[in-house]
Design a protein around this ligand. Structure first.
Ligand SMILES: *Cc1c(COP(=O)(O)O)cnc(C)c1O
Length: 466
């Protein structure tokens, strides 16, 4: 018998290991079947390792190996991560973290029954649309509001519901791709509306829009460029000018030419208060006379994934009754989180309560203090790190190229990629940035309650051998 065969024979049997007394708590917790599956998978791995020349672990090591295997493979595939990238609205990391108030509201409503579609006064069927509607109207000055699955759905519903079979005029500078393959021209085609492109990539004049208006025109649409910035020889008419043009060119009787404003991120708060470029606010867009405004719930609003449509009641009412509204509708958990998020704005507490705005509003001193505290903690554990001035980004298709000053914690490493990879494999995973030979961590996007985990993981990956 070869040495490998001898080693293979030392591997325990599935049944013997399954009934090992030390595994009783695991059987109680996960069930015998899951433990048996884990043992089989673990033994498969070890057969391969033994064939590759390793020796079999000693008998007493097996219960712990099974426990580790279960812990690693039994955890959910979708799980919390620590965002140390400094990109606040990070689409790949789940966009806006929710406020504690929003989380509470979700838990309350999801745990049991609710008045989701029940009118408590009359005791008859109600509408799920009323819940966020009042707050959205109050906060933005809009006549009416509709909440759907996301902003892509909002744009689609507006076009399909109000422009199908007719023309929508859009500047060539705004025929953008948002990410994840969401391209404005494609959405337009899918909605059944016909795209009329005007102007050039960098310059579109009011007269370009004027010339394109005809009997088939249903709307003029403005799309926020979101993820890129044009500088230099650039021009686009103001929203007010488009509104005036649409009014003036509408037939005296019959349907008015609509002005649709896809704000993308949409914000209720003026970003200039934080040293950032102006991001058009929802209120400004409505005040300028846009008939319909669409934006996301989980970008700068700081709430759950949702698409919000604001505008005049007869238009919103048509959208509400559109067959696709049912397919694009939001769940009670979304409505609960959105309502709680909007309540923070109404109480004037958005900067304190909504994580996205707390991160934007974080002062340079506070960020420096946090980074310095991390550095001192690591130094006490013999891990060298330095503080560097750096920049955080708002992200999420808002304010492209705009940054907020921050203080970064930098770890020097001959292999920063390997260090970053090990942090990604940690539990919870830590996502950092790399620049040259440094791993960079930005305190701005690390939630205070995640700091302990972050430091523990840093210590582990910096002191363990790979
Ligand atoms: C982000 C964005 C969208 C898509 O919004 P989702 O909420 O991700 O569906 C549409 N239009 C613009 C301009 C955007 O920035």
């Amino acid at each position: 018998m070869s040495g490998v065969e001898k080693e293979l024979r030392k591997l325990p049997g599935v049944d013997r290991l399954l009934h090992h007394p030390a595994l009783e708590p695991l059987r109680a917790e996960h069930g015998a079947r899951a433990v048996a599956d884990a043992i089989r998978a673990l033994l498969d791995q070890w057969r391969a390792r033994v064939r590759a020349g390793e020796s079999t672990p000693p008998p007493e090591a097996w219960p712990e190996l099974v426990a580790q295997h279960l812990a690693r493979h039994g955890r959910p595939l979708l799980r919390p991560a620590i965002n140390a990238t400094g990109v606040i609205v990070h689409t790949n990391l789940g966009r806006a973290p929710l406020s504690p108030q929003a989380l509470d509201a979700v838990a309350q409503v999801a745990r049991g029954y609710s008045n989701l579609e029940y009118d408590l006064e009359s005791g008859t069927r109600g509408s799920r649309h009323v819940h966020a509607q009042t707050l959205l109207r109050e906060l933005t000055g809009a006549e009416d509001a509709l909440v759907v699955n996301n902003n892509a759905a909002a744009v689609y519903l507006v076009l399909a519901g109000l422009c199908q079979g007719r023309e929508v005029i859009i500047s060539r500078g705004q025929l953008v791709e948002i990410g994840g393959g969401f391209r404005i021209p494609d959405v337009l085609r899918q909605s059944g509306a016909r795209l009329v492109e005007v102007g050039t990539t960098n310059r579109t004049h009011l007269r370009d829009y004027t010339a394109a208006i005809g009997p088939e025109t249903a709307a003029i649409m403005r799309v926020h460029a979101s993820n890129f910035r044009q500088i230099g020889f650039v021009i686009a008419p103001a929203l007010e000018e488009l509104v005036a043009l649409a009014r003036q060119a509408s037939p005296p009787s019959g349907e008015r030419i609509l002005v649709i404003d896809d704000l993308g991120s949409g914000t209720l708060i003026d970003t200039r208060d934080f040293g950032l470029a102006p991001e058009p606010t929802v209120q400004e867009s409505l005040a300028a006379g846009a008939d319909l405004v669409t934006f996301s719930g989980d970008k700068l609003l700081g709430g759950p994934q949702a698409g919000i449509v604001l505008g005049r009641t007869p238009l919103i009412e048509r959208l509400r009754r559109h067959p696709m509204a049912r397919a694009l509708r939001v769940d009670k958990m979304t409505l609960a989180a959105l309502e709680a998020t909007l309540q923070a704005y109404r109480r004037g507490r958005a900067l304190e309560e909504i994580p996205v705005w707390r991160m934007i509003a974080a002062s340079p001193q506070e960020l420096r203090r946090r980074a310095a505290r991390w550095r001192r903690w690591l130094a006490r554990h013999q891990i060298a790190a330095v503080l560097l001035p750096g920049e955080s980004a708002v992200g999420g298709g808002s304010l492209p190229g705009e940054t907020l000053p921050t203080t970064l914690l930098a770890l020097e490493s001959p292999e920063p990629e390997a260090l970053a990879a090990r942090l990604r494999q940690a539990d919870p995973p830590v996502i950092a940035r790399i620049r040259q030979d440094r791993l960079l961590l930005d305190p701005r996007t690390v939630l205070p309650e995640q700091e302990r985990d972050l430091l523990a993981q840093l210590r582990r990956v910096c002191t363990d051998s790979p």
